[in-house]
Design a protein around this ligand. Structure first.
Ligand SMILES: Nc1nc2c(ncn2[C@@H]2O[C@H](COP(=O)(O)OP(=O)(O)OP(=O)(O)O)[C@@H](O)[C@H]2O)c(=O)[nH]1
Length: 876
């Protein structure tokens, strides 16, 4: 009974098919059918859980690679950056397309779909899977978030020994925040100490969902060796045997198992009862199926269970989590996991409409396309006259550039997900973030190592645009009717943003200096590619020293950026020490200060004036409340991530009526370019504070534009920007001179997992040595995405899990944490967290783990500020 995977599936299908397949054939349904056979999925997990190893198997079984790549040998397809291969970790998410089941095994054409999936599993037909492998390290959380935006579903991989780890919990909650349906794969069941049962209970307690055990591990009873899985859905055992690549599987029916492996058969039956009971609590369809089959848990066909699982996975606020198991490294369990991806995770058609924003309004893409007043493009008066309709109709395509990669062979690859319409090869794209247009000369689909040229990237699809010069990660790209390079999109379409995300402020920085003047251009070009790839890196130039500062989310983040710059791009530059990014803030306001710049710029006489006052921001550092703050039509407010506001008052110029501007503004200028020049100048001044050169935060800059006194025939945008920069810098200095600025330091929210025995010493170290504040013990690390109280509390005693071969002490199971594991959540200054992993390991005998994220910036006391400044001087 030695069979390949495809055969096993077919057998299940044939067993359950008892009605003719009527096929949808009309032309109109082709696109629909294609989309319903697409899965845009991501793999999320804690570092080292086995994402890359599992992905490599997926590519191999789908026929897209001929040999299985090995993380430990550095030969994988998805970890393709040298820095990733060297460290054995995933940094940049790679998006790869493949088919499952493999194309040659499908029995239907692309356009065809069966009438009912109650009788035929989706995994009987080849699907187009776009897979995004995401990084597990906390420094790359932003990269994970960026990928999550474009996913329709996710597979969360757990390490069967470590269970639910800190980073898993965090990414799980983030995926929940984006309402992404998720399934779990408990990996590494071959390792000594693997505990499927404990992991299942941890899923319930730590991830706040009911684990639906769809597979149970098959351990060889005598020595606990992991050899296969029990398929609870289709009531069969699967034993991986034969060739080492895992392509041959022995399949045993329940009856066959009852003869030779009776205990295992009994456990599969128990698991089946638990699965049906759980589904019946969450899905009326399962209750009906149960009654239809005379309340016999074992009689319900696998296909009906799959459909029920699919319904619960797709419910908003998913509360049932299908759990599968295996050992990717031993090539066990990956093919059934792929079936689960196709069978249970949604197609783009089944996902909620994507969020969009237009200036300060937000809603969904459909609301925009339908001309809903909430998302209307025109001013309220125009809505009544239906002026918005033709403008929306002119939107032909809308896509998100979710990732930019500089590929040594092919150049810059821009990965996009298309949300509306279709991007055709050669079309002109308007970038609504940069407000520029550029052509999309070539389009690609990435299949493992191969790239295949395509004519278009359609709605719901992920693809690559080759040859774009400007697009950056996170930019929204649109195509509209009658587009040309000089024109702007009609109405407010030029401000259309797809799924905007908040980039957290950087907390580490380093300096970069070209080794020689001749190297300057190359270094700058390399840095600009790095920034296109990763918008969570920030670049600023210190005009006084000429030094460039690169800021990022963590020390590993900057280390990788450094390796990319020096190793991959071969930039010849000196890179400084990685340091903490403090902020400066004002303690006093200044009175109005007017500055008129009058000098020759690039050989031309230039003149521009500006009036400025600066003040400490009135409200707390709360970006959301700032976003909602409105200004009238005679003033404009820009906000920055550091809690600064730049408020420009232009009292005789209305933003909504440009017809009167010509009386006040020289003809070569316009209000939008004057405002953006002031914004650029003021931001540059705020980037470097007068106290110690750190960025200024929580400060209001009030600017008055008096057209009669500040604009001249010789005024240019450069002159305006320079005048704004000088005036703001001078006001900041005045404020600091009269009452010195104070420093603010990044404070982290840290979640630490330790054993009971080390709890006391870890808390002691946190609160006394590191000046941290413990917030909770064994509570959930809600991380502010979902309030703690809204998460369901699940009693582990009510969760079904099969027994583990060597069940350890049950001490921690009731709390849901592994053997007497405790969780501490604390707020600790970032400075005190540098090198913390080593300290934690020393305190916990190597078993403690932690994750952290920026919780905010806090003003430092004078003694602490002095210590920090003194420590800095030592390095000068
Ligand atoms: N024993 C065992 N080891 C495994 C298994 N899967 C992965 N590993 C090993 O675990 C280590 C981490 O695997 P990766 O696939 O790189 O994990 P990852 O989740 O992609 O890690 P990051 O990219 O760093 O986030 C490697 O040494 C793998 O060989 C498994 O099923 N069993």
């Amino acid at each position: 009974m030695r069979f390949g995977w495809v055969w096993c599936v077919r057998r299940a299908v044939r067993h359950n098919v008892n009605a003719p397949q009527r096929l949808l054939s009309s032309q109109a349904n082709t696109q629909h059918a294609r989309l319903s056979r697409t899965r845009n999925i991501g793999i999320i997990a804690h570092i080292d859980a086995g994402k890359t190893t599992t992905t490599e198997r997926m590519l191999y079984y789908s026929g897209h690679t001929r040999r299985i790549g090995d993380v430990d040998e550095g030969s994988t397809v998805t970890d393709f950056l040298p820095a990733e291969r060297a460290r054995g970790i995933t940094i940049q998410s790679a998006a790869i397309t493949f088919h499952w089941p493999p194309v040659n095994s499908q029995s239907l054409n692309e356009e065809q779909l069966p009438q009912s999936f109650d009788i035929t599993p989706r995994s009987s037909f080849s699907h187009n899977i776009n897979l995004i492998d995401t990084p597990g390290h906390a420094d790359f959380t932003f990269e994970v978030l960026r990928s999550l935006r474009v996913l329709d579903g996710a597979v969360c991989i757990l390490d069967g020994v470590a269970g639910v780890e800190a980073q898993t919990e965090k990414v799980w909650m983030q995926a929940g925040h984006y309402s992404i349906p998720r399934i779990i794969f408990v990996n590494k069941l071959d390792r000594v100490g693997a505990a499927f049962s404990r992991t299942v209970k941890e899923i319930g307690v730590r991830l706040h969902g009911w684990p639906a055990v769809c597979q149970i591990p098959w351990w060889k009873s005598a020595n606990g060796v992991f050899v296969g899985i029990g398929d609870v859905i289709n009531l069969r055992g699967m034993l991986w045997q034969g060739p080492v690549d895992g392509s041959q599987i022995l399949a045993f029916s329940l009856q066959e198992l009852e003869v030779n492996h009776n205990n295992f058969a009994t456990e599969i039956k128990k698991a089946r009862i638990a699965l049906i009971e759980l589904l019946s609590e969450h899905d009326d369809g399962m209750v009906e199926a149960f009654l239809e089959h005379d309340e016999n848990h074992l009689a319900i066909p696998g296909t009906q269970i799959l459909e029920s699982l699919r319904r619960v996975v797709l419910q908003p606020n998913q509360s049932v989590i299908p759990v599968f198991g295996g050992a990717s490294f031993r090539n066990i369990g990956v093919q059934p996991l792929l079936d689960a991806v196709v069978d249970l995770l949604p197609s783009p058609l089944e996902r909620p409409d994507p969020e969009v924003s237009l200036e300060d309004r937000s809603g969904t893409l459909l609301q925009l396309l339908n001309g809903s007043p909430k998302m209307a493009l025109a001013a309220p008066d125009d809505i009544k006259s239906n002026r918005i309709i033709p403008e929306i109709r002119s939107l032909l395509a809308c896509a998100l550039a979710f990732k930019v990669v500089s590929d040594a062979k092919r150049g810059i690859l821009v990965y996009v997900r298309c949300y509306h319409g279709s991007i055709a090869k050669g079309s002109t794209l308007f970038n609504t973030n940069l407000r520029t247009a550029e052509r999309a000369p070539r389009l690609l689909k990435m299949y493992a190592n191969d790239a295949v040229e395509v004519e278009s990237i359609g709605e719901g699809q992920i693809g690559v645009i080759l040859g774009l010069k400007y697009a950056r990660t996170g930019d929204t790209l649109i195509v509209y009717k009658n587009m040309n390079y000089k024109s702007q999109p009609p109405g407010g379409l030029n401000a259309l943003q797809l799924r905007p995300i908040h980039v957290p402020p950087p907390v580490f920085f380093t300096s970069i200096e070209p080794q020689s003047l001749a190297e300057q251009k190359n270094v700058q070009e390399s840095l600009s590619i790095l920034l296109r790839e990763d918008p969570s890196l920030h670049l600023s130039v210190d005009e006084e020293s000429g030094q460039t500062h690169l800021a990022g989310m963590g020390d590993l983040h900057l280390e990788i950026a450094r390796d990319r710059l020096l190793g991959d791009f071969k930039a010849k530059a000196r890179i400084g020490k990685i340091e903490i990014g403090y902020r400066e803030t004002l303690t006093t306001s200044t009175s109005l200060y007017t500055y008129v710049l009058d000098k020759s710029i690039a050989g031309k006489p230039s003149k521009a004036g500006i009036t400025v006052a600066v003040a400490p921001a009135k409200e707390a550092f709360d970006i959301d409340s700032m976003r909602n703050q409105k200004v009238d039509q005679f003033s404009t407010m820009f906000k920055t991530d550091d809690g600064n506001k730049i408020i420009i008052s232009h009292s005789n110029l209305s933003k909504h009526d440009s017809s009167t501007h010509k009386n006040f503004i020289p003809s070569h200028l316009s209000l939008p370019n004057i405002l953006s020049s002031i914004h650029a100048g003021a931001s540059a001044a705020l980037a470097r504070g007068p106290l110690n050169g750190f960025p200024v935060a929580r400060t209001e800059v009030h600017i008055t534009l008096d057209t009669a006194a500040h604009l001249f025939p010789e005024t240019t945008t450069t002159a305006i920007s320079m005048a704004a920069r000088s005036a703001v810098a001078s006001s900041l200095r005045t404020a600091c001179d009269s009452s010195p600025n104070t420093l603010m330091e990044p404070v982290m929210r840290v979640t630490i997992f330790v054993n009971e025995s080390s709890l006391g010493s870890v808390i002691q170290d946190l609160s006394s040595t590191r000046g941290g504040q413990v917030i909770s013990l064994d509570g959930s690390d809600s991380d502010a995405t979902i309030p703690d109280d809204d998460l369901p509390r699940i009693n582990p005693a009510q969760i079904y899990a099969p027994p583990d071969p060597f069940q350890c002490s049950m001490g921690g199971v009731e709390s849901g944490l592994s053997d007497s594991q405790r969780q501490i959540v604390a707020r600790v200054p970032l400075k005190e967290m540098v090198g913390y992993l080593n300290r934690l390991r020393a305190l916990t005998g190597g078993r403690g783990t932690f994750v952290m994220s920026v919780d905010g910036f806090e003003q430092m006391g004078s003694q602490r500020q002095k210590e920090v400044l003194d420590a800095m001087k030592e390095f000068v």
